[in-house]
Design a protein around this ligand. Structure first.
Ligand code: HEM
Length: 374
């Protein structure tokens, strides 16, 4: 564990996989949400992400079913259709910033899967508003006009979301329309911050590594022939799975998970006081050379079953683990695989700028040159 200070706050950075497992899974009742997540209540209010303990468990059980296998797989046809519609709008030889496009695509898919809402070309403005709210989370909670206007827009849109199992379940559990609206906004924020960044990094990594691109395309050909992918197909994309995992290792969209001990705890001989702030950092641990040789290099062979077995399980945890593990993991994974297989078979994507293997700020830019495959 390493202690460090930023401004007036001190943090303990937990690096060791065994401790990460203890905190997230084995002893998770001894820890509550950390400073940044609690501050997120200014933007995300009272929702699954910002809840703790019993009230968190209760809300999670009310929200589970729309994220389950059946519900996600039922949306898979829509995911592919939407991906085709998006990339059919691209122009051969053009340079586009992929980040807003992937943000809109992920938002449209999340809204259709979870709320049975077709955003009908309204996703660009909503994506912008949600990005504004996302960026406001770590800032001081001041009434900035852009945040106020973004919140107003997101609330107006979320108030239209009255269909789907998720909203029905929350209504039956007795939540007020305002509480349901806050939960919807938090889920939309989670979806525009995560899958879009991962897809952008994935396309960039594949574009920068022609040998990886050839292998992935050969696998698509073998499994799909000349069809678009189905949810059944993606179970057979082993090489592609490894490329996605390696992307999530180098560029986990959630850089850190924060917690605070609810009582004094001892971790590997260090005493940590109740209420202090702890950071568990996928970005840091997943680039630690004790677990990943030459850790900044893109190399998907790290994820063959034999190689993966050599490492501690919690050296790779992009979706977190335990009671707060990502509820959207299945949705995100199915969506990313279907989108990537659909897009990459049609388009060659080449990052325009030299990308550096470093974390980037919330609002990213991924200028890429697009070439239609013949
Ligand atoms: C590449 C995609 C994604 C990654 C890597 C990711 C990562 C994570 C991580 C690390 C956590 C744990 C946070 C913690 O322990 O405090 C988390 C929680 C969460 N994620 Fe995701 N996420 C992704 C996609 C999504 C999507 C698409 C949604 C919703 C549509 C979503 C909704 C949530 C929610 C609601 C939580 C809070 C769960 C709880 O506290 O019980 N995520 N995610």
């Amino acid at each position: 564990m390493v202690h460090f200070k930023t401004g007036f706050s001190g943090f303990d950075l937990v690096r060791c996989p065994d401790l990460i497992q203890r905190i997230l899974v084995k002893e998770n009742d001894r820890y509550g949400e950390g400073k940044w997540t609690l501050r997120g209540r200014y933007v995300m209010k009272d929702c699954l992400i910002t809840r703790e303990g019993g009230s968190h468990r209760e809300r999670r059980s009310q929200m589970r079913s729309p994220f389950g296998r059946q519900a996600v797989e039922a949306s898979s046809g829509f995911m592919v259709d939407r991906a085709i519609r998006f990339c059919d709008g691209w122009r051969d030889g053009a340079t586009v910033d992929l980040f807003p496009d992937m943000g809109r695509l992920a938002l449209e898919i999340a809204c259709e899967s979870l709320f049975e809402i077709d955003l009908h070309g309204r996703s660009a403005r909503l994506n912008e508003a949600l990005l504004e709210l996302l960026i406001a989370i770590p800032r001081l909670p001041l009434p900035h006009p852009r945040v106020i206007s973004a919140r107003r827009h997101a609330r107006r849109m979320a108030a239209e979301f009255t269909r789907g199992d998720l909203v029905r379940g929350l209504r039956e559990a007795g939540l007020s329309p305002e509480a349901i609206r806050d939960e919807i906004i938090a889920l939309m924020i989670a979806s525009i911050d995560t899958t879009p960044k991962t897809l952008c990094w994935l396309f960039s990594m594949i574009g920068m590594h022609p040998d990886v691109e050839s292998a992935v395309l050969a696998e698509f050909d073998e499994v799909l022939g000349d069809r678009d992918p189905t949810v059944e197909d993606i179970r057979h994309l082993e090489r592609f799975d490894r490329v996605l995992d390696e992307t999530l290792r180098l560029f986990p969209p959630v850089h850190f998970i924060d917690r605070r001990p609810l009582e004094d705890v001892e971790l590997n001989g260090t005493r940590v006081k109740a209420g202090s702030y702890m950071l568990l950092c996928p970005l840091y641990t997943q680039r630690d050379d004790r677990y990943f040789e030459d850790p900044h290099r893109f190399d998907d062979s790290r994820f063959t079953p034999a190689e993966a077995k050599k490492r501690p399980v919690f050296s790779f945890f992009p979706f977190g683990a335990g009671a707060h593990a990502c509820i959207g993991r299945r949705l995100a994974t199915v969506e990313m695989k279907l989108i990537a297989a659909t897009v990459l078979r049609r388009w060659r994507i080449r990052p325009e700028a030299e990308l550096v293997a470093d974390p980037s700020p919330q609002r990213m830019a991924f200028p890429c040159r697009l070439e239609r495959r013949s």
